[in-house]
Design a protein around this ligand. Structure first.
Ligand code: ING
Length: 319
């Protein structure tokens, strides 16, 4: 298929007291607008059904924490979203907190235009901390509440395109996009909840939107793929989160960007042919990549000692 008209359904704040039913009603309104605007695929945010609960301190396993996770997907509150999307022939990406037996994941699913779940992704890069620290201005406890994703970065052929997924902090790591790029991904869907003011210096907070755009545009351009990124944003429980949802072309251009910190739909006609030249020339991985030079990327976790060739290898005269 040549083009997939894609919507990004940015969502404004969800407060602790907001029910899933109320949130799904907001999502249904965004879906109706997406239908009216000719979308066949819609991206919702990370943890789209609830407030961003990793900002609060819980004991792992306590009932108040488990209440933020979904017992089933779809469940009674989310079934209306699946039904409305299927009736409209619209596929979607949905981020939510997943219970998988005794394991807990920050998860996203890919649902096709018939309402069938065709793919799942579990967040690999968990930012923040496992232990609370009252000296911080705010907490970001994803390492406390979620297991590291165990599904890799899969790419699914559905809705006439090769669609991959990631979640929030994943978008800051080039490896995320490249692993999917090496599977021929054509569109990467992702959701994010990005707080500011958790103690980083003012300058870093002022750069939050620039870092968001930089990460998304670089990932798209360097892998010749569309990127559709949906924020959950605005002030939740007194903590601000950035908006700036956007759709980026395989050439790195921002073709649509949200203008508010509320529920807002942005759309673009994602032509999969747009990447053709980039893939056959500039980022023709098969022709240009040299994995033998990249060993450190998988050999090391953290930065280590410099790796220096011998003077002889470098052809220096005093070898
Ligand atoms: N949120 C943030 C993100 O990566 C963060 C965490 C905020 C990291 C600011 C660095 C700077 O956008 C999630 N949920 O990953």
């Amino acid at each position: 298929m040549e083009a997939l008209v894609t919507g990004v359904a940015q969502m404004g704040p969800i407060q602790k007291i907001d029910s899933r039913a109320a949130v799904v009603r907001r999502m249904l309104a965004l879906l109706a607008e997406a239908k009216a605007r000719g979308c066949r695929f819609v991206v919702f945010p990370e943890l789209a059904l609830t407030t961003f609960f990793p900002r609060w301190v819980y004991e792992p396993g306590e009932p108040a924490l488990d209440a933020w996770f979904e017992d089933a997907m779809p469940g009674p509150e989310t079934r209306p979203l699946f039904d409305a999307a299927a009736a409209a022939g619209i596929g979607f990406y949905l981020g939510y907190a997943e219970k998988a037996g005794n394991r807990r994941f920050n998860t996203a699913i890919l649902v096709d235009g018939t309402g069938r779940i065709v793919g799942k992704y579990r967040k690999v890069h968990l930012p923040g901390h496992a232990e609370p620290d009252p000296s911080r201005l705010g907490e970001h406890l994803e390492k406390r509440y979620f297991h590291v994703g165990d599904l890799g970065f899969p790419v699914f052929e559905t809705m006439g395109a090769k669609i991959g997924m990631c979640i929030c902090n994943d978008r800051r790591w080039p490896e995320t996009y490249r692993v999917m790029g090496l599977q021929g991904v054509e569109l990467i869907a992702l959701g994010y909840n990005t707080p500011t003011g958790l103690g980083e210096p003012y300058q870093a907070a002022a750069q939050a939107n620039m870092h968001n755009e930089l990460s998304l545009r670089a990932g798209a351009y360097q892998n010749a793929t569309w990127v559709a990124a949906a924020a959950k944003c605005g002030v939740e429980g007194g903590y601000p989160m950035i908006g700036q949802s956007m759709i980026v072309s395989p050439l790195g251009e921002v073709v649509a960007m949200a203008a508010t910190l509320e529920d807002e739909l942005i759309t673009a006609r994602c032509d999969m042919k747009l990447a053709a030249y980039a893939r056959t020339e500039i980022f023709n991985f098969a022709r240009h990549r040299r994995p033998e030079a990249y060993a450190l990327i998988t050999d090391r976790v953290g930065a280590g000692e410099p790796v220096v060739p011998s003077r002889a290898q470098m052809g220096l005269d005093d070898a």
